[in-house]
Each structure stands twice: as C-alpha cells, then as structure tokens.
Design a protein around this ligand. Structure first.
Ligand code: NAP
Length: 254
C-alpha cells in the first residue's frame, strides 16, 4: 500500500512488542510521515530509540487523560503539517488490581480511569483533530472480544472496550459527511506490556491457540496489515466497523 505524501499520528507505542509499533513500521515502510507520542518519561525513554530506528524526528508527549496534552499535540501537529491523513489510537489502561479481582469489586475511581483512558480519549482526540483531518482521513483504534463476551479478569477493560466500540460508531456517524472514516480492529490476544497486566493472560493465550479456527495465535504483523488496509484508500467504503483479526476465534459458539 502506498502512503507516500500521507501524514499521521500514532499513539500507543510502549516498546517493539506493541501493536502500534508494528503499525508504525508498516506505515513507515509504505512511505508515510509519522508523529509518535509517549505519555510519560518512562515510555519516552523507549519511544525515542524506536523513533530513531524508524527515522521519525517528530515525537511529542501526550498523556491522553490530560486535555492540555491533547491541545499541545494538536498545536504541534498543525505547526508542522497543518493537516493529517490518519490517526492510530492504540491505548488502553486499567488499574492492575481491577484486572485480577472480581469485577464486582471495581471502584468508581478504577472504573473512571479505565473508561477515560481507554474509551473517552478517542472521542477527545477526534474532537481536537476534527478540523485538522484532511477529507478522506482514516482513524483506527484497537479493541478486544471482552467487550461483548465475558473474559475472566478482563473485567472493567471489557466495559471500556464496549464503550470504545460504541464511540467508534457514533464518531463514524459524525465524521462520515466529511469522508473521514473510523474503524476498530478487534485483535486476538498478543503478548504485549498491556496484556501482561491481565491476570491469567498466558493461560488465555494457550487456550486461544488450541481453539481458534486457524489453530494458532494471531501476530502483531497480521493486526498491522489489517490496520494498514483500514487506514488506506483500499478500504474507502468501510467506516464504523469492528473488524476481527483473531484467527476466527470470535466465531466459536462452544
Ligand atoms: P502496549 O504495548 O502496552 O500499548 C498500550 C499503550 O497505551 C502503552 O504505550 C501505554 O503506555 C499506553 N497508555 C496507557 N495509558 C496512557 C495514557 N494515559 N496516555 C497515553 N498512552 C497511554 O499494549 P498493546 O497490546 O499493543 O495495546 C494496544 C491496544 O491494543 C490497546 O488498546 C489494547 O487494549 C489493544 N488490544 C490488545 C490486545 C492484546 O492482546 N495485546 C488484544 C486486543 C486489543 P504505558 O505503558 O505507560 O501504560
């Protein structure tokens, strides 16, 4: 796919195992110009070398729970590029204790944090960048089957992903008249930093591998390939969709 002349932002690289890293790599190799973000100093230390590796010199701070960071990111992007063609939101967060104890124990604070960072942030970013998106832009986020099925220990993150998927659909309605598209990929489980915070993740991965229709795990690269399709003009007729990239696991009824 050809992204020559296309510019966009990728939020959510924590390291080279991140889904967002694989998407950034493919986009870069397809000719796109990228802006990478980091939420804090600890992640900045990991993102800077990745930016160097990808030959990206546009790296900005953006903790999506901070409105001021989102404003500043928009200002930096407008100052440098005026307009963008795509945005990748590959971010989720919940307090560790909320991903191991019974869901019923989730505190109001834990609930608000998970929903704010994992779902509301997509709405906040799209509102801030609405006028910065070129007509025909494409937005991508990442979700998981725990939004519609009960996955033990996924807990409040399942509620956040259900909200995120609804946010995608309502944003698709609002942004559609400008030919701005927004879609989500529902990825199968992949061992990343975020995933390692979910209690029992390794067992979940093993059972996924045994049961998925393709009898194997899905890879970051496969998710990134589908991401590139959804970000490109090849998918120009697709918006508001939740696209499963999970080796067929979601089809199982037993
Ligand atoms: P990851 O490498 O840990 O990426 C998640 C990123 O979100 C991290 O860089 C994390 O930074 C960042 N983040 C957390 N809070 C933030 C904030 N306030 N502002 C900005 N960034 C923040 O994990 P990943 O698996 O690639 O996750 C990417 C997306 O894919 C997530 O939405 C996840 O739910 C989704 N997904 C993952 C899987 C899977 O099995 N891995 C499956 C389906 C969907 P910190 O490290 O500082 O928290």
């Amino acid at each position: 796919m050809d992204f020559n002349g296309k510019k966009g932002i990728i939020l959510g690289i924590a390291n080279d195992k991140s889904i967002a890293y694989s998407i950034a790599l493919l986009l870069k190799n397809s000719g796109a110009q990228l802006c990478l973000t980091y939420p804090n100093e600890a992640i900045e230390k990991r993102v800077r070398p990745i930016a160097e590796e990808l030959k990206v010199d546009f790296v900005e701070k953006c903790d999506v729970s901070c409105e001021d960071d989102i404003h500043k990111l928009r200002d930096a992007v407008v100052a440098r590029w005026q307009k963008i063609d795509f945005l990748v939101h590959s971010i989720a967060y919940a307090e560790k204790e909320d991903l191991s104890r019974r869901f019923i124990e989730t505190s109001k604070r834990g609930f608000m944090i998970a929903l704010d960072i994992s779902a509301y942030s997509l709405l906040a970013l799209c509102r801030e960048f609405e006028k910065v998106f070129e007509d025909g832009s494409s937005i991508l986020t990442l979700t998981y089957l725990g939004s519609e099925r009960v996955v033990p220990n996924y807990n409040v993150m399942g509620v956040a992903k259900a909200a995120l998927e609804a946010v995608v659909k309502y944003l698709a309605y609002d942004l559609g008249p400008k030919q701005i598209r927004i879609n989500a990929i529902s990825a199968g489980p992949i061992k990343t930093l975020a995933a390692s915070g979910i209690s029992g993740f390794s067992e979940m991965l093993k059972s996924f591998e045994d049961r998925a229709l393709l009898k194997r795990k899905v890879t970051q690269e496969e998710v990134a390939n589908a991401g590139l399709f959804l970000l490109s003009n090849m998918s120009s007729g697709i918006t508001g969709e939740i696209v499963f990239v999970d080796c067929g696991y979601n089809l199982l009824g037993f």
